[in-house]
Design a protein around this ligand. Sequence first.
Ligand code: AMP
Length: 398
Amino acid sequence: MKVLVINAGSSSLKYQIIDMDNEAVLAKGLCERIGIDGSKLTHKVPGKDDYVVETPMPSHKEAVSLVMEALLDADHGVLKSLDELSAIGHRVLHGGIEYTDSCLVTPEVKDVIRANFDLGPLHNPANLMGIEACEAAIPGKPNVAVFDTAFGMSMKPEAYMYAIPMEYYDKYKIRRYGFHGTSHKFVSGETIKFGQLPEGQRKVIVCHLGNGSSISASIDGKCVDTSMGLTPLEGLMMGTRSGDVDPAVVQFICNHDNKTVDEVLNILNKKSGVLGLSGLSSDFRDVKKAAGEGNERAAMASNAFIYRVAKTIGSYVAAMNGVDAIAFTAGIGENDVEYRGWICEYLTYLGIEIDKEANKKRGQNIMISTPDSKVKVFVIPTNEELAIARDTKEIVEG
Ligand code: AMP
């Protein structure tokens, strides 16, 4: 069974085709600059040179047609006919309160994606365009929507409600949703499997630490809490996002710098986090290097990130009344041996002991805690495309 996975952004479209018999990636690629000058498709097949097509893509429709041509191309393709495709799985950012799991796309599902444009203004419209482009290009094939918010839907009201007047929930469904859900679900599931966590000992904290960062707490793979909120701005400090701030900061900057709320929100989303504090870069490698060379602001930015991660882990231990395993994933979590070590230095009160040799490895499933550690600590590479393909397979097979 071959599944096409589509992740459509406002001006880009990423894809992978996965053979679900062995979960191998047959081809993957990216359409860039959709709707703007200089559109380009880069198609990659393992063991072959990249196939690049530079041609106008006024909309996602043309992008999907080009992807189909690349998949069928005599030299660079991996399919003889589109009939070989069993289904298409789509990453969809926001399923609102309606969807607690992935589902087959129907007109009602599209209505819900549309109804949630307000909550995912950058992503939901693009996600819907990707779905409609696939429906037009490959008619009759099942499309599956995999919502990034679905994982957070198992949170209880005490975790997801903001303590603001109830009318805002009733009118606008303002609540905490959480994001990176596909990654948290995948990594918590892999942690249980790889770590062979027995029943009753499946309290897992996943630290998805990348340019965007979030942490989740789950029991038996079901989310108890997660650090992002109504939008991905809440929670940890990130590459360019501030994470939690007192909302009064927004009013204060508006009043003192004569800015609009939108302008301040833009600062909190794009100019804050380690970039804002260090004044140097949003890339943790640059910030770490500068800190190592004696740059005090870079060191403070780096330390603030580590501190908040450790503090959030501690709060989730409290939320679950314990933790059995902690998993690191995404760009920093999978690759940055030092950040993992620094975060774990805060966690010795949990009886965590890190195996320094194991912690030198990167990019594969590994246990980095010692056999005596009271809590197991893992590195589990995330794979959102595979998670989407697995859900798609499960849904179309019924
Ligand atoms: P992501 O958003 O998951 O792609 O993660 C991006 C972040 O991961 C960047 O800030 C990088 O500093 C960090 N990162 C990516 N690759 C590496 C690596 N090989 N070693 C250390 N950090 C890395």
